[in-house]
Design a protein around this ligand. Structure first.
Ligand code: ADP
Ligand code: MG
Length: 619
């Protein structure tokens, strides 16, 4: 069978645009030949009306070309000049009236339509896709905000045509975001209500969607099953406003009187700090700002707390929209089954926390919030080209587990488990005084981490120092009906906890599943032995350490001949541990096991003696 030409998915955004493709390994973003995953939606035109620069270059040089650099063109798509005037104040370029009262951008002597500007962006993304895929790309699914009217949707189609693309479907952005998470893909479609919270650079949208269950109709069009119950939003609310708030803070605190360039420099510093504060508790803003009278150097530490205080009023505005949308959709927070986060600004911890509290649900964050719309558009593209079945998920193709001591894997959920699936397991530490525990989530059938696929790593911090083996780490894996894995870990004694989300099947092709199964079979015996040896090493080390400590502590209370016997057995086990650590194949696992058992048996008396001593000390 000839390979069908894929239908790519395109997120034509106000701030950034992306292209993605979906095959049986799931959806993935297509990078530019230079490795960029996002194209800033900025185009610079020359005086002859031709595109002079696009994307990052156009954005970077916007200062020096304020009149012919076009950003945020999405705001003008399919709108009359009168409506567009409201936005003009926010846009640097000149908007004039074109035929039939449409909006046009004036660039020198030329009038350029919003469709032509969007076409330049789409053409560039088409080029990225063709370069990466190695063949022509003609068909696309393009996303638009749920509130776009017919004229705005038609303008988007026209832009595609100008770029040499056929828009096979125009899909609502929130619907695409849901599809990216597998919601609504496949047969097991159940009725559910989904809130999609999209906080981008300059716009905020909340959409409440209803997924129509499979019993009420089938079609080749996944997006078709989503009904928009309500939308609300604010066309001038986004991450950029957070940047502006930081800039205002800096201006209030210092004597700096920046020039236009200086203001832009401040904005760049502000955004950088904001982004850093999504991961860190504090960030240093440092740089030189241009003023009429020379440069001014700013240097200031900004904390997450301060940022949260600046951002809170903005987040609260978005919450009012959410409440309005729920009212319009006639749903309460308890009726919302899923919350999907979209837009780069939802990386802010404050946003995640407030949105989770508002809808009383842990939001979906496993996918990059700035990529999720493009990924979902690609999923719709795959469904349209008849590849949707490959995305069906009702059993897990490979086991899910985590790394334990010595690089072995503890499997929590076995392959072929039906979803939803849940498992918990208790772990502890192997080193004294460990205050952080690394959690490496892996997928595969082999016994060692190095032979499995790592899905992600995160760290549980804030554990008070305790001897090895004392912390009680409870790890839970939960794969929900959409195939999203929620991992959470809690250290019971301290209450320290951490959680993460992963989509295990993204990036996993059928061939890869088959290869991993084959390899697991071929190595089954070796793998078992190795896992056993690795566990023996870890447990023996704990035993040896404990016995050594006790012998020292009890001193002369231990009978000399008993002490000699224990020391001999410890020496023998230590030799096995040494040899096994150098090369696990060099030793006989059964002999190793016997040596350990001999010590276990002999040390029972030492345990008893030690307990008696402890009781005495407690008196
Ligand atoms: P749009 O939908 O408007 O095209 P995006 O979804 O790309 O926009 O979001 C852009 C916004 O996300 C910008 O304000 C940017 O500063 C913000 N952003 C990106 N990454 C982060 C991050 N790690 N933390 C906080 N904000 C971020
Ligand atoms: Mg967006």
């Amino acid at each position: 069978m000839a390979e069908a030409e894929p239908i790519v998915g395109i997120d034509l955004g106000t701030t950034n645009s992306l292209v993605a493709v979906c095959d049986e390994a799931g959806p993935r973003v297509i990078a530019s030949p230079n490795g960029e995953r996002m194209l800033p939606s900025v185009v610079r035109f020359g005086s002859d009306g031709r595109v002079e620069a696009i994307g990052a270059a156009a954005r970077r040089e916007a200062e020096t070309h304020p009149y012919n650099t076009i950003a945020s063109i999405k705001r003008l798509m399919g709108r009359g000049v009168d409506d567009a005037r409201d936005d003009a104040a926010f846009l640097g370029y000149e908007i004039v009236e074109g035929p039939n009262k449409t909006a046009r951008v004036r660039i020198g002597e030329q009038l350029v339509s919003p469709q032509e500007v969007s076409a330049a962006i789409l053409r560039e993304l088409k080029h990225w896709a063709e370069t990466a895929l190695g063949h022509a790309v003609r068909d696309a699914v393009i996303t638009v905000p749920a509130y776009f009217d017919d004229a705005q949707r038609q303008a988007t189609r026209d832009a595609a045509r100008l770029a040499g693309l056929e828009a096979k479907r125009i899909v609502n952005e929130p619907t695409a975001a849901a599809l990216a998470y597998g919601i609504g893909v496949g047969e097991a479609r159940k009725a559910q209500t989904i809130a999609v919270y999209d906080l981008g650079g300059g716009t905020f949208d909340i959409s409440i969607l209803k997924l129509i269950p499979a019993s009420e109709g089938t079609a080749d069009d996944a997006a078709h099953f989503f009904q928009v119950l309500a939308t609300a939003g604010d066309t001038h609310l986004g991450g950029d406003d957070v940047d502006a708030a930081i800039v205002r803070l800096l201006l209030d605190e210092t004597e700096v009187a920046p020039t236009a360039t200086g203001r832009q420099q401040l904005r760049v510093l502000a955004e950088r700090a904001k982004v850093a504060l999504s991961d860190a508790e504090q960030a240093t803003i440092v740089g030189e700002i241009e003023q009429e009278t020379g440069v001014h150097r700013v240097e200031r530490v900004l904390t997450r707390k301060e940022l949260d205080a600046l951002a809170l009023p903005l987040v609260e505005r978005s919450e009012l929209c959410c409440k309005r949308a729920m009212r319009d959709a006639k749903v309460t927070p308890e009726q919302i089954d899923r919350v999907v986060l979209v837009g780069g600004a939802t990386r802010m911890p404050l946003v995640r926390q407030r949105v989770g509290a508002l809808f009383q649900a842990t939001p979906y964050t496993a996918l990059n919030p700035d990529e999720v719309v493009a990924l979902g558009a690609a999923v719709q593209g795959a469904v349209l080209s008849g590849q949707g079945d490959a995305l069906l998920l009702d059993v897990l193709p490979l086991s899910l587990g985590m790394e334990t001591v010595g690089g072995a894997v503890a499997k929590l959920i076995l392959r072929n488990s039906t979803v939803p699936a849940r498992a918990t397991e208790m772990f502890s530490t192997s080193v004294d005084g460990q205050t952080a525990i690394k959690i490496n989530v892996v997928q595969g059938e082999r016994e060692m981490v190095e032979d499995c696929r790592s899905l992600g790593e995160f760290t549980l911090r804030g554990i008070p120092p305790m001897p090895a083996g004392i912390p009680q780490l409870e790890v839970e894996f939960l794969v929900d009906a959409n195939g999203v894995l929620n991992v959470s870990a809690i250290e019971r004694r301290s209450g320290a906890r951490v959680a993460a989300q992963i989509v295990p099947n993204h990036g996993l092709s059928r061939e890869e599943v088959e290869r991993m199964e084959r390899e697991a079979l071929a190595h089954a015996r070796d793998d078992m032995t190795r896992h056993r040896v690795v566990d023996l090493i870890a447990n023996s080390k704990l035993d040896l350490k404990w016995i050594g400590d006790r012998l020292r502590k009890l001193g002369a209370e231990v009978d000399p001949s008993y002490r000699a016997e224990l020391e001999r057995l410890c020496g023998a086990l230590d030799a096995q541990v040494e040899a096994a650590s150098r090369d696990w194949r060099s030793i006989d696992a059964d002999a190793f096991h016997k040596t350990k058992e001999a010590l276990d048996k002999a040390s029972v008396r030492l345990h008893e003696q030690s307990i008696v001593r402890t009781l005495r000390e407690d008196d």
